[in-house]
Design a protein around this ligand. Structure first.
Ligand SMILES: [Zn+2]
Length: 467
């Protein structure tokens, strides 16, 4: 059998349309070559498939992508595909929550451009984040689809491999799968739809059972991304199948399961405002999540709202990890005074402070002030791994409170088993959803509107499919 050829690549980020920051090439890291093959880690060659790595560009979530950069990187992707000649398949690694001013459906643009260049015969298999958005334009241009089934995400590589397996099987067994989808008019934050607690835990477990049915290859529920005010923003169910009617039945069942549980979607953590959070702290070591400014969801990460409250209350042994401020980082290099809070444009209070002591490491200033410590990072970044603290010579045992820019805690922070509280703070990813500006989302989307009537419609991207 002649060797088959596929390409691998894509782009991944989340863009809050409420963020004042825009993203361009400086925000993205590019994974290429063997590193990209390692990321997917699938034995293509054993199946007689030559996998050509293109690039996978990924950023810390943020604001809208600049139009010029989006067009340029998409065109580069297309020209790299073109340079490979005829392809039997392509594995697209996407997230699904890009926002570009003036482009209604950025992933749809990307994927349809790929389809145009690879032609109708090439199998396109897509891997997605469950916080991504789906449209008819996306579905009609793809042949297989798999999204993460865990949030927080602990199945990233497995998801790449599900997409890679469907791609490989359809190429070597010479068949073409179908993808069907249904829009579900529900849009909540990831913090309200963790797959580790009910109701999503059971709904996601059901996906694995549906996967056992005849003609069903891969079932998905996408929660969507709530902090972009766009028409395409909703949850969705997506099924890859070998028979569209079988796929359609399952797709509608998943949509109904999520819809019927919409009133049960709620935060998996104790939550309240900043005052509530500081009053709640009692034990030896507790974690407060500054959720409205969480950079891994698209927040700026520069706000000092909780810092201000802690200083006003004169609390000691609090570790802030971190607050992003290039200007504060630069000024503390030359003097012990600095201004922090909203210096990247994220808003909130601006504080003029004086450091008692400071040291610098990994583009961070670790500042001691009034018995607490602030990690001032030169760049926007999360502190979600325990190694982040070890790298800065910080021992968490020395603190009473850890304040992180986060929504639900990362798996490593959860592993500390510390009492945790989600502060519903202001910022680009505000969890108080119904207060968000809502000009473009489809009317009748829960919880922006509460309504009763919903019957799932399943589409193959061009036509409705009978259930
Ligand atoms: Zn996600």
């Amino acid at each position: 059998m002649a060797i088959k050829n596929i390409a691998i690549g894509g782009i991944s980020t989340e863009c809050s349309s409420y963020s004042p920051l825009s993203q361009n090439k400086d925000d993205f890291a590019s994974v290429r070559g063997q590193e990209l093959l390692n990321l997917v880690d699938f034995p293509f060659l054993e199946h007689g498939i030559n996998a050509h790595p293109l690039f996978f560009n990924k950023s810390v979530p943020g604001g809208p992508i600049e139009r010029q950069y989006f067009d340029q990187i998409k065109n580069q992707f297309i020209s790299e595909i073109n340079a490979l000649g005829k392809l039997d398949g392509i594995l697209l690694l996407m997230h699904g929550a890009i926002y570009v001013e003036g482009i209604e459906d950025p992933e749809g643009e990307w994927i349809s451009s790929v389809r145009k260049i690879v032609g109708p015969q090439c199998i396109i298999s897509v891997s997605y984040d469950l916080h991504g958005q789906i449209t008819d334009k996306i579905i009609k241009n793809i042949d297989a689809f798999a999204a993460f089934k865990t949030a927080p995400h602990v199945d990233v590589k497995e998801t790449y491999q599900r997409s890679a397996l469907m791609l490989t099987q359809s190429i070597i067994e010479n068949y073409r799968p179908y993808v069907v989808w249904s829009r579900i008019p529900v849009l909540v934050s990831g913090e309200m739809s963790s797959t580790f607690v009910e109701p999503c835990k059971s709904i996601y477990q059901e996906l694995d059972q549906y996967n056992q049915q005849n003609h069903i290859l891969d079932c998905n529920l996408l929660v969507g991304y709530v902090w972009a005010d766009t028409n395409r923003a909703t949850a969705s169910s997506v099924v890859t199948c070998t028979n569209p009617n079988s796929g359609s039945k399952v797709c509608a069942k998943i949509a109904n399961a999520y819809w019927n549980n919409r009133h049960h979607l709620k935060f998996d953590m104790t939550y309240g405002n900043i005052e509530d959070a500081l009053d709640w702290v009692k034990g030896d070591f507790s974690i407060i999540a500054d959720s409205g400014d969480n950079p891994t969801a698209g927040g700026v990460g520069d706000r000092a709202d909780i810092l201000k409250a802690v200083l006003n209350k004169n609390l000691k042994n609090v570790l802030f990890a971190g607050i992003a401020s290039k200007s504060a980082y630069d000024s503390i290099k030359v003097s012990n005074t600095f201004t922090i809070g909203g210096t990247f444009g994220g808003g909130g209070p601006s504080l003029n402070l004086k450091a008692d002591s400071v040291y610098f490491k990994n583009q961070c200033a670790v500042v001691n002030i009034s018995g607490s410590v602030i990690i001032i990072s030169k760049l926007r970044r999360p502190f979600h791994y325990l190694q982040d603290f070890i790298d800065l010579n910080i021992n968490l045992e020395n603190y009473k409170i850890l304040v992180v820019k986060s929504g639900y805690l990362s798996p490593e922070l959860q592993s500390l088993s510390a009492p945790s509280f989600m502060a519903l703070t202001n910022g680009s990813v505000n969890q108080d959803l119904i207060t968000l500006k809502n000009n473009n989302r489809m009317k009748n989307t829960f919880p922006f509107q509460d309504f009763q009537d919903y019957i799932p419609e399943v589409s193959d991207g061009e036509n409705l499919v009978n259930q």
